[in-house]
Design a protein around this ligand. Structure first.
Ligand SMILES: *Cc1c(COP(=O)(O)O)cnc(C)c1O
Length: 281
């Protein structure tokens, strides 16, 4: 998230009386947004901050773990199977705010409390509970939680390995006509993704050709992500192509290279060799 663009947008929103209640920065690819600056804007314009750290578990910002909510109200994580650690499905929210924690606990299980201090009158008996809000079934099973706990113990090793692979890509790709993921000095990325951006101006191949050629050579590349404003649901709300030119430019150039802890050095060399062929270098 560009802090400068956010600041411009907020200044406009203040003029038109449309300031947001909440801003949700996404730590894309695992690298933290500039949270101190976003927090300062939050103080100035009065919005809350939820960090989407689905890509960033195990990452750090200014030396501290992402998820400690130093510059936000809540941080959310996803434990979907494609993420850095998984519980098969589910996720986690962290906060330092006791009221928000209680509220989330309540919403997790149908708005039901068994805490007498939250009830409207003394419990009728030992069996008693009260429903004090309309909630959801957002419970994680113990079996899934156990899976998550066991992976948490290996998280630092996973992220170390991701860094080693990313650094090796940085070195191996230096001669190719592409841009590598830029890293802010304040951020220690969790490296969920390693997207390169093709420099298409100097290439004889199209973005799609390069992608298809990699897939044809058996390389499991992907494209993260399709700009959401071009999806039919959002088009129906009035968003259209051209609304977010930087996101669209990114979509036209990006290819995510394979990056996972068990990727071997030989496997990585095969990825780079296939990419060299695909771009015609
Ligand atoms: C995966 C992901 C989500 C969604 O996570 P769920 O577990 O499916 O709710 C949200 N934001 C980002 C950035 C993600 O990568």
């Amino acid at each position: 998230m560009s802090v400068q663009r956010l600041a411009e947008k907020l200044a406009q929103a203040e003029q038109s009386g449309t300031l947001p209640k909440v801003v949700i920065p996404v730590h894309l690819c695992g690298q933290s947004c500039d949270m101190a600056a976003i927090h300062a804007l939050g103080q100035r314009y009065g919005f809350k901050i939820i960090e989407d750290a689905s890509h960033a578990i195990g990452g750090k910002y200014r030396g501290e773990p992402i998820g400690n909510c130093r510059y936000s109200d809540i941080t959310v994580f996803s434990f979907h199977p494609v993420k850095i650690i998984t519980t098969a499905e589910g996720g986690m929210a962290t906060t330092n705010d006791g009221d928000l924690a209680r509220r989330m606990q309540l919403l997790r299980s149908h708005g039901i409390t068994r805490d007498p201090s939250e009830m409207s009158h003394e419990p009728d008996g030992a069996w008693y509970y009260q429903q004090i809000a309309l909630g959801y079934n957002y419970r994680m099973t113990d079996i899934q939680a156990a899976l998550g706990c066991s992976q948490m113990s290996r998280l630092d090793a996973y992220v170390d390995r991701r860094h080693a692979i990313a650094q090796r890509y940085d070195a191996l790709l230096s001669g190719l006509p592409l841009r590598k993921p830029w890293q802010h000095p304040d951020a220690y990325s969790a490296y969920h993704l390693y997207p390169v951006r093709l420099k298409l101006d100097g290439l004889k191949r199209s973005h799609r050709d390069v992608f298809d050629s990699l897939r044809a050579r058996g390389i499991g590349v992907n494209l993260h992500y399709i700009p959401v404003h071009t999806q039919p649901f959002f088009e129906a709300m009035g968003f259209k192509r051209g609304d977010y030119p930087e996101a669209e430019r990114y979509y036209a150039e990006a290819i995510s290279l394979p990056l996972y802890p068990t990727l071997t050095d030989v496997g990585q060399q095969q990825v780079v060799a296939a990419l060299e062929m695909a771009v015609g270098a």
